[in-house]
Ligand binder design. Structure first.
Ligand code: MCN
Ligand code: SMO
Length: 788
């Protein structure tokens, strides 16, 4: 349980809007992304990628390519025997069917964009010319695109060495589900398909591998979110010890979950560098990124809600089909979307029973994996659009219906066994009502309808499992161990170095974690430096994902800092010949209580700790440092988003006017950072609701291969976003902190969808069954509503 309990009482920085110290580097254009790294003698790789969703490769003719001056090597599967081993993706669950595959499959293409061969040349241009000059003899085959078809027993196999297309079939039931459904007063149903999205960070991925020819050490730059985890996953296939591999991801231009995986290219670029005996760089282009990095959130969901005559939810039942690609994403697997969607089915509703089925079929599409709010987003959209359907059907206000079914604010164990650590489920809704003056907004909606104008108001309250440690991972079906560590060192000059195994790619860890360290020690914020993003400079950790760093790294820093603070106080007490109880340590100065002129600075104490010899307490080792880890218990944040839209019934255009939000992530480290996280994530949620879609045609061709086709919302599409806060400290974590980095993307899209439906309900019955909703989809919904 929480060990560092007195920090909040002494805090000077936690909870303050401290300016982000990492920003000048970005603003001055000095950030060092993977593609900025230049090494002497470095060669460049380009991939031959499959243009077919499914094909056998009969032959790859390399003669013309090798004839191009500057092309150094064409590498296919057989060249990598003994260089990079196969990739096995599994999960510690009996239902899961492990998949083993070569890191480079040059024989069968199973999705558009799959790497088939690598060309290495003296420049990227020449390597690309080499790819164009390969003579490939393709034998196209019928692709399997339909996920539900893939689940049928007689379906053709996406991977012919397996006996099924289904990566896992999982069933779960708690409470009297069947009885409650059989005896319910009303049962409501919905089939919802969450569209296929991409995290689409502004910086595509990139990998550089540099083997030291003498020592055999490997330095790997990879634009990723979990350097230590990547090092662990690459060790076995590349046959290299962890202490001989350094993974660096200095500045990363957005990860959003996508960069939390160990990609094929992470395996293949070091393999290519070994084959050619020189450093090799690959920088992903936007086509490669959209077609062949991971896709996400493509889940088909069938939901049922059983209700009694008083409008109470009794039981929820769901079938979640995660539309996977040609192989499991590594290491998270294609369960990462459908399984958490299912485990969180009860969300913030007090129900008596829940049942779910999860399937994760493979298809001839790009593999699917994490994108901000992975799992929660699709499940949330299905459940919360269904609840709005029910409210319209019953003629009730959608938020009143939810309030009647809400769980209590105090700690609560859900029917699926999730241990909510208390929140402000009703409070956040009340706050948003006040922020927008809900009654007035509804009155205005009525007025405008009289003028033939269609305002829509959409609610989206959420509870969110955050900060995966071992317990939270298990609660969501992922049986694996997650924790993080932090090292904290007072240097000889009194400056403070903190390292964690997490990764900073926009979340402001260098600021917020320094706030935690400064308060824990009683040191000035300016004296703390935080280091992450490099396995050789920072202590081990699981990395940055699952909105976990504030809680997990923050907690580890509090624990390490508490130990170091005690050492500093003992040192000061000894030097000033008083009892440790008489030392006050604040702002980097140790003062004898009641004797203000008897004091020592952190600089003096640092010098003493390293060079003080016999001036130190006899049993004190030199240095002032500690390393601690933290594996937090389950912790859940919550909040509510309300979106207001006006639709043009002639054109189907949606004018998104306003977003109001109240979030509760327990103790806030830095409200300004929290607001920035909310705003960025809400913009992504808007993209998912209205614009972003990775499309395939019926032959399996990929249609969204540039940012002309895959639409981000820009500042022109994102309306004013108002963020309110409630702080309900966690009852179980260090400092009461909960995570929040994904919240906006979990909830915002659904608020927009519900607002659109609310506007269209002026014309008749409306049910939203998919996203994104562009003007054509909106016009179709209006047409159907009019016909109802
Ligand atoms: N924070 C805080 N008080 C809290 C909780 C968080 O001040 N109670 C601060 C933290 O200190 C941190 C930030 O908010 O600086 C986010 O914290 P947290 O919720 O712990 O999330 P992580 O740091 O673990 O970041 C991961 C999360 C995820 S999972 C995705 S996906 C995502 C996101 O963060 N990807 C991002 N936000 C992103 N922001 C940027 N700019 N780029 C990404 O790729
Ligand atoms: S999708 Mo975030 O990296 O958990």
């Amino acid at each position: 349980d929480a060990e560092a309990t007195d920090i909040l009482e002494r805090r000077k920085y936690i909870g303050m809007n401290v300016l982000r110290t990492e920003d000048p580097v970005y603003l001055m254009g000095r950030a060092k992304y993977t593609d900025d790294v230049q090494l002497p003698g470095m060669l460049h790789a380009a991939f031959l990628r499959s243009p077919h969703p499914h094909a056998r490769v009969r032959n790859i003719g390399t003669e013309r390519a090798m004839g191009i001056p500057g092309v150094r090597a064409v590498i296919t599967q057989s060249d990598l025997d003994g260089v990079v081993g196969p990739i096995t993706t599994a999960l510690a669950r009996p239902e899961v069917v492990p998949v083993t595959r070569p890191a480079l499959d040059s024989r069968v293409a199973r999705y558009v964009g799959q790497p088939i061969a690598i060309v290495v040349g003296t420049s990227r241009y020449l390597a690309e010319d080499g790819v164009d000059a390969l003579d490939v003899d393709w034998e196209p085959r019928e692709p399997l695109l339909d996920a539900e078809r893939a689940l049928e027993p007689d379906a053709p196999l996406v991977r012919e060495d397996m006996t099924t297309n289904n990566f896992a079939h999982i069933e779960f039931q708690r409470g009297e589900v069947d009885d409650l459904f059989a005896n319910a007063d009303r049962v409501f149903r919905k089939r919802f398909h969450h569209g296929r999205c991409s995290a689409a960070p502004l910086e595509n991925r990139g990998v550089i591998a540099d083997w030291d020819q003498v020592s055999g050490d490997l330095t790997l730059w990879s634009s990723n979110q979990n350097p230590h985890m990547l090092r662990t996953f690459l060790g076995a296939p590349l046959g290299i010890a962890g202490n001989k591999m350094r993974v660096i991801a200095d500045h990363v231009g957005g990860g959003f979950g996508l960069k939390a995986h160990a990609f094929d290219e992470d395996h293949l670029i070091p393999a290519a560098a070994k084959v050619v005996g020189a450093p090799v760089k690959w920088t992903e282009d936007r086509y490669e990124h959209l077609a062949a990095s991971l896709h996400s959130k493509d889940v088909i969901i069938e939901l049922e809600i059983a209700m009694d005559a008083d409008g109470r939810f009794l039981a929820f039942r769901g079938h979640y089909i995660g539309v996977g690609g040609a192989h499991p994403s590594h290491p998270w697997t294609p369960l990462l979307d459908p399984l958490p969607a299912a485990t969180l089915l009860p969300s913030l509703y007090d129900i008596r029973a829940v049942g779910y089925v999860v399937d994760a079929p493979m298809t001839n599409r790009c593999p699917s994996g994490a994108y901000r709010g992975v799992g929660w987003t699709a499940g949330h959209a299905a459940r919360e659009t269904l609840i709005d359907d029910i409210a319209r059907e019953l003629g009730q206000d959608p938020i009143e219906l939810r309030l009647r079914n809400l769980i209590p604010d105090k700690p609560f164990v859900s029917v699926t066994g999730m241990k909510y650590d208390g929140g402000s489920y009703a409070g956040a809704i009340r706050k948003v009502k006040e922020m927008v003056d809900y009654e007035a907004l509804r009155a205005r909606q009525v007025e405008l309808r009289k003028e033939g104008r269609y305002l829509g108001i959409g609610w989206s309250p959420w509870v969110e499992p955050t900060a995966w440690g071992t317990e939270m991972a298990k609660a969501n079906g992922f049986n694996s161990e997650f924790f993080d560590a932090a090292s904290l060192t007072v240097e000889p000059d009194g400056s403070i170095t903190v390292t964690t195994g997490c990764h900073n790619h926009g979340q402001a860890h260098y600021t917020t974690l320094a706030q935690v360290a400064a308060d824990t020690l009683g040191a000035p914020f300016e004296s703390v430096r935080v280091i992450e993003n490099d396995t050789e400079r920072a202590v081990y950790g699981s990395g940055t994902f699952a909105s976990r760093v504030a809680v997990v790294a923050g907690g580890a820093i509090m624990r390490a800092g508490k130990e170091v603070r005690e050492k500093i106080i003992r040192l000061a007490a000894h030097a000033m010949e008083v009892s440790p109880d008489d030392i006050d340590l604040a702002d980097g100065v140790a003062t004898v209580k009641g004797v203000p002129d008897k004091q020592m600075t952190m600089q003096q104490l640092g010098f003493l700790a390293y060079y003080g010899g016999s001036a130190r307490p006899p049993d004190a080792e030199p240095m002032l440092a500690a390393t601690r880890s933290y594996d937090p218990p389950e912790t859940y944040s919550n909040g509510t988003i309300l979106a207001t839209v006006e639709i043009d019934a002639q054109t189907g255009k949606v004018d998104l006017q306003h977003i109001a939000c109240c979030e509760d992530c327990g103790t806030m480290l830095n409200p300004m950072v929290v607001e920035g996280q909310m705003q960025g994530a809400i913009a992504q949620g808007i993209g998912g609701a209205m614009y972003e879609s990775l499309a395939y045609d019926e032959t399996g061709q990929f249609l969204s291969s540039s940012l002309m086709d895959y639409l981000y919302p820009t500042t022109c599409e994102v309306p004013p976003i108002e963020v309110g806060h409630i702080q309900t400290p966690s009852t179980v974590t260090e400092g009461g902190i909960k995570g929040m980095g994904e919240s906006g993307n979990i909830a915002a899209g659904t608020a927009v969808l519900n607002a659109i439906a609310d506007a269209i309900s002026a014309f008749g019955k409306v049910e939203i069954t998919t996203n994104p909703l562009g003007p054509n989809e909106v016009l179709e919904l209006i047409r159907r509503a009019k016909a109802s």
